[in-house]
Write a protein that binds this ligand. Structure first.
Ligand code: KG4
Ligand code: ZN
Length: 385
């Protein structure tokens, strides 16, 4: 019997088929929440292991570089232009036809709304036209689950996410169960690196430039602040550190100029302050998060672009080892924004029985832990996580 009632988008896509547990699941993942347009094909095998069949990332660094930061309008336009070719490239380099894809996953938030809309709409259109199930992914959840793909690591563990847009610690209890432990109350850590680089005239993105300059520097020359260190709430703050860098540069300029030597020392001192602060905040996060019944510390999983920083990696590794656990760093290409992590999170959620309606809307703000209260600032794109 037919009805006159118009079919909704979700209905016309058809019901999501039951997640296949006995055969591989092939997932297309789309990521557009910030300044990377990314698409990937990931296969989740029946035994729970994952395989990246393709992982195409197009960075918009060249577009945003002249502005010293991500310009939302430029980002959204670039995503719209690149999505089609990049998704096609992901399929082609995986040697997979769209008909062979079992699930389409796309980032729905948190992030810049224009980019999210571009990627989400693209993914929904693809799901609708090919009658595939669709799943809307929380970008933070994708970062949180990446170690399942790279290291076959299952929760529970503590995740430290340090990127240009996010800085937080999250207790990953299970797929779909997350407890935010601490978050930044002002700038994200990557943002602090970027702003420090800008103050020192080192270019964008700032993190790698600060790290290069710091290499030859003396980390003990400048006594920069360690914001929130020792405080009971396991939050982060970096605005004061950046301001201290600015004041130091002004003082050096008044005293006769900012030499290469001073820039190197300032970068090294900045990195030392960051490493010490982040380790202290992680120590506190471990105290706040529950310990395993065995009394052993959880593993520390580090993600986000700042996880590339050598001094921070060394400090976190030493901290974890001193406390009888390990710090895990997924390969840097999978710590930074990519489509493979979105596809993998999609696979994990689909296997757990989830899928989403095509009416699912993009969310600029989408905390992973709905019960956590919003903090004051939380990153360059406003309070969102
Ligand atoms: O995760 P990510 O690639 O993307 C976004 O947040 O969008 O992180 C980018 C951030 C930038 O702020 C960049 O300056 C920082 O990660 N970053 C670094 C390093 N490499 C990238 N920060 C410190 N040291 C690095 N080696
Ligand atoms: Zn990210």
């Amino acid at each position: 019997m037919t009805s006159d009632r118009p079919t909704t988008l979700a209905e016309s896509a058809g019901p999501a088929s039951a997640a296949p547990r006995d055969r591989p699941l092939v997932v297309l993942g789309i990521e557009t929440s910030c300044d990377e347009t990314a698409a990937a094909i990931v296969r989740r095998n029946a035994d729970g292991s994952g395989e990246i069949m393709s992982n195409i990332v197009r960075s918009q660094l060249a577009e945003h570089g002249p502005y010293g930061g991500v310009v939302p309008e430029i980002a959204a336009r670039a995503h719209v232009q690149c999505l089609g070719p990049i998704a096609r490239e992901a399929l082609a380099s995986a040697g997979v036809a769209l008909a062979e894809v079992d699930l389409i996953a796309a980032t729905a938030g948190p992030g810049l709304i224009g980019g999210l809309l571009a990627g989400l709409t693209f993914a929904k259109a693809l799901a609708l036209s090919s009658a595939k199930p669709f799943i809307a992914i929380n970008h933070l959840e994708a970062h949180a689950l990446t170690v399942g793909l790279t290291d076959r690591l299952a929760p529970p563990y503590l995740m430290l996410l340090v990127s240009g847009g996010h800085t937080q610690t999250v207790l990953v209890e299970a797929v779909g169960r997350y407890r935010r432990i601490g978050s930044t109350i002002d700038d994200a850590l990557g943002e602090a690196f970027d702003k420090t680089a800008k103050i020192l005239g080192l270019g964008y993105p700032g993190g790698p430039a600060v790290e290069r300059a710091a290499h030859a520097g003396d980390p003990a020359r400048f006594d920069l602040p360690r914001p929130l260190m020792g405080r009971p709430e396991p939050n982060f703050s970096f605005a004061g550190l950046k301001t201290a860098v600015r004041r130091t540069v002004q003082r050096l300029a008044e005293d006769g100029g900012v030499s290469e030597r001073s820039i190197a020392d300032l970068c090294a001192s900045f990195e030392a302050a960051v490493a010490e602060t982040v380790v202290d905040r992680c120590r506190r996060a471990f105290e706040v998060a529950e310990r395993r019944p065995s009394g052993r510390m959880l593993l520390l999983v580090v993600s986000g672009g700042v996880a590339a920083n050598t001094r921070l990696r060394a400090a976190l590794t030493a901290f974890a080892e001193a406390h009888g656990t390990r710090a895990i760093f997924p390969p840097i290409g999978l710590c930074t924004d990519n489509g493979a992590m979105i596809a993998w999170a999609g696979a994990e959620r689909f296997i757990a029985g989830d899928s989403d309606d095509l009416a699912f809307e993009a969310r600029a703000r989408w905390p992973l832990d709905a019960a956590a209260s919003p903090l004051l600032g939380a990153g360059k794109h406003g309070a969102k996580a």
